[in-house]
Design a protein around this ligand. Structure first.
Ligand code: NIG
Ligand code: FE
Length: 407
């Protein structure tokens, strides 16, 4: 019997990223993929394709098909920029020095509070487009530059509005516990009360956040304060993620793993015990080489130990005006290999399969497999190794979001 489908792509090689297919890329050479209702319904070697009638057939001309890329950690919506701080850091001041002097995150808080929703939207749009132009189909966006209810809501609703007007999926995260706002100077516990009792419940009520994040660090909040934020998020049924161990060992990753957090992000300073806890809990290690590079850090995350323990490693831009003003997930793949020692296949898994896990979305995307969303990118390359290796000229020939061509 002839099967029907909406879209049939033949004459491709598929880097499925499916771990049940041998080889780092889960490669199926000389493949075909059939899509119906926005989902993959068949994928396999072309010679095994059942008799299929398609509304649209596409000759992939021997190109490689990958899952749509996923940027699982961005601070994409913010006011202003921090080029002046960049110059200060080049002159010898550290990220922490700048933050303690009232700059850093707090300078972006001032600019974000002062910006209208429209200004935030227009500022974020080119960054979003830059990520999309590299084949990103799902992007996480955090708040955290408001540190007061109205501005946190303004950031999150701007992220939702960007998704309404661009062919991309945006997942939002409330990061109200990002820094201590100046009006709470010396009263960090009271600010955490505000986050737990007012900001998170309001954000949940308005359905503006899909998860909750926090910055656990000497220049931000303690493990005890972050644990309160986690408990409040859990009461609201929101999953959690933690900015952990970026500048020093704090115990944040152990807390994250024990709380079954989706991910612990940065993690340059984690210990062997933290790695074991992450492996047990399934907490994803989100590696952020762009922030490491921008801040000229020297301590790398323990990639070999994470790999040996079977911890999923995602890679993300951390796109933000301070520690990573770089809207390129492909550059992060390159840095993940060159700076952190990932293989090119691990780098692609980091921006697809593992990034989906870091967002709690591995049931729907991140791998090319029947039943999952047809979020896909088609690349004019000879081998998927080129994705981590080659920057600038290599662009996706076509991008599909839920089977729709959004190139
Ligand atoms: O992930 N670590 C905290 N937050 C961001 C930096 C934000 C900023 O500097 O504005 C990060 O690196
Ligand atoms: Fe971040």
């Amino acid at each position: 019997m002839t099967e029907r489908c909406d879209l049939l792509i033949t004459n491709i090689h598929a880097a499925t990223m499916d771990p049940s297919i041998a080889g780092g890329y889960g490669a199926v050479e000389d493949a075909a993929v059939a899509v119906t209702g926005g989902r993959i319904v068949w994928l396999g070697p072309r010679r095994e394709l059942p008799d299929t009638a398609a509304d649209r057939t596409l000759d992939g001309e021997g190109q490689w098909l990958t899952p749509g890329l996923i940027d699982c950690h961005t601070h994409l919506v913010y006011g202003g920029h921090r080029a002046g701080e960049f110059a200060r850091r080049l002159g010898g001041e550290s990220y922490e020095d700048v933050a303690r002097a009232g700059g850093g995150i707090l300078s972006t808080v001032r600019a974000t509070r002062a910006a209208s929703a429209e200004q935030l939207y227009r500022g974020a749009e080119p960054r979003l487009r830059a990520l999309m132009s590299e084949g990103a189909t799902t992007i996480e966006v955090k708040s955290g530059y408001g540190l007061e209810l109205d501005t946190e809501l303004k950031q999150l609703s701007t992220a939702r509005r960007l998704a309404q007007h661009h062919p991309v999926d945006i997942v939002t995260t409330c990061l109200a516990a990002h820094a201590l706002p100046p009006e709470y100077d010396g009263r960090a516990d009271e600010y955490i009360d505000l986050v737990c009792e007012q900001i998170l419940p309001a954000v949940a009520r308005e359905q503006l956040a899909d998860a909750v994040d926090m910055f656990c660090e000497k220049i931000a909040f303690s493990v005890e304060q972050c644990q309160r934020v986690i408990d409040a998020a859990k009461k609201l049924d929101l999953p959690v993620k933690v900015h952990a161990e970026q500048l020093a060992r704090t115990g944040a990753t152990a807390m994250a793993a024990k709380s079954s957090a989706l991910s612990a992000d940065h993690i340059e300073y984690i210990t062997d015990e933290d790695v074991a806890l992450m492996a047990d809990s399934g907490t994803v290690a989100v590696l952020l080489p762009g922030a490491f590079y921008t801040l000229k850090e020297t301590r790398v995350p323990p990639v070999e130990k994470l790999r040996a323990a079977g911890v999923s490693m995602a890679l993300s831009t951390d796109l933000n005006p301070g520690s990573c003003p770089i809207a390129s997930l492909r550059l992060m793949m390159n840095m993940g290999c060159n700076l952190f020692g990932l293989t090119p296949a691990e780098a692609l898994a980091g921006v697809t399969r593992s990034a989906a896990r870091a967002l709690g979305l591995c049931c729907s995307r991140g791998v090319l497999r029947p039943g999952l969303r047809a979020d896909m990118a088609l690349w004019p390359m000879d081998t998927p190794d080129q994705l981590a290796y080659e920057l600038g000229a290599l662009q996706p020939a076509q991008v599909f979001l839920g089977g729709r061509d959004v190139t």
